[in-house]
Design a protein around this ligand. Structure first.
Ligand code: NAD
Length: 321
């Protein structure tokens, strides 16, 4: 007979950066019931304190979870560390200066995590997410799958929503992925897109909701790409959907779900590309990215993927790693 053990596994998530994205994510994570413990860290200690107080007052309304202001020591026994820390562009500052500043923030946080001998999976959300994921992987020297970028998980959700609204089908029945850079060079992988198991080329003639699908699909793809600009134009920042996308990724890690997600990960020859982080379909589980799925992309899509890789590599070349 197998021995019954009484060990209780506590799932701990540390959120670094208590700004709009970090705090919204903390709110969504608390409601998800996925974590037993959430520690929130920010350079601005008052902000972290305020966010934690506001969250704990919601305790009676969501599943039991301990929420506290954290510090570096919390990295030691964390299961997942989510990095949303970043700094905004200052007047007169160049894009490269801003990139270097954010890269230096990530390097310091990774050094602190290493100091604490942490075994956590690290999820980078701060932008530019693909470049910062690359910086973190290179700086850590860890097995590459243990550091993940949230990549185009959010963009793929936007794509699914916009396509579902266009086709008038439940979003949960739309399978669609945005790949490449989380940014202007990302592209819709139409060859992988399907509704009810039907590729769009088969589904469209059966649906007949629109008269010019070629034009419509270009519009849909552009709307996905422009989403962040629109939201930032209206209210200054995006945080609700990304907060939920992070919960989804963390869920796959904590539950060992082996979920297919378009997270940003280091390529080492997959799709003919290497030494760059970008989003391709990957299996995410306990230890982070376990496998990259080399889907059968069309020639045009492969061209777009290497276009994204070139843009990211040239930005990395400008950095002091
Ligand atoms: P924000 O300015 O509201 O919050 C950033 C927080 O980071 C601030 O509270 C700041 O004090 C803190 N911080 C800075 N340096 C720190 C450090 N070394 N240690 C701890 N905390 C530190 O910004 P936001 O709107 O929350 O966005 C955060 C990041 O997420 C940005 O880089 C943004 O571009 C990115 N973002 C990513 C996605 C995505 O899909 N990947 C989506 C939206 C936003």
């Amino acid at each position: 007979m197998g021995e019954i053990t009484n060990s209780i596994i506590r799932r701990k998530v540390v959120i670094v950066g208590a700004g709009a994205v970090g705090s919204t994510h903390g709110y969504a994570l608390a409601q998800s019931g996925l974590a037993d413990e959430i520690a929130i860290i920010d350079n601005n200690e008052d902000l972290a304190r305020g966010q934690v107080l506001d969250l704990v007052h919601g305790q009676p309304f969501f599943p039991t979870v301990s929420i506290k202001v954290g510090d570096k020591k919390d990295y030691a026994n964390a299961n997942v560390i989510v990095i949303t820390a970043g700094t905004a562009q200052k007047p007169g500052e160049t894009r490269l200066q801003l990139l270097q500043k954010n890269a230096d923030i990530i390097k310091k946080i990774i050094a602190d995590i290493i100091d604490q001998n942490s075994n956590a999976v690290v999820l980078i959300v701060s932008n530019p997410v693909d470049i910062l994921t690359y910086v973190a992987i290179k700086h850590s020297g860890w097995e590459k799958g243990r550091i993940i970028g949230s990549g185009t998980v959010l963009d793929s959700a936007r794509f699914r929503y916009i396509l579902s609204a266009h086709c008038r089908v439940d979003v949960h029945n739309v399978h669609a992925y945005m790949l490449g850079e989380h940014g202007d060079s990302e592209f819709a992988a139409w060859s992988m897109t399907n509704i009810a198991g039907m590729p769009m080329g088969e589904y469209c003639p059966a649906c007949m909701n629109c008269s010019n699908w070629d034009l419509e699909r270009k519009k849909i793809e552009q709307e996905v790409r422009d989403s962040a600009y629109h939201i930032i134009g209206y209210k200054g920042a995006t945080y609700f959907a990304v907060g939920l996308a992070i919960v989804r990724i963390i869920g796959a890690i904590l539950r060992g779900q082996r979920s297919v997600m378009t997270v940003s990960t280091l390529l080492e020859g997959e799709f003919g590309l290497k030494d760059v982080c970008l989003s391709v379909p990957s299996i995410v589980s306990h230890k982070g990215v376990r496998k990259i799925i080399e889907s059968n992309l069309s020639e045009e899509e492969l061209g777009s993927l290497s276009g994204s890789a070139e843009i990211l590599k040239s930005a990395i070349r400008e950095l002091n790693l």
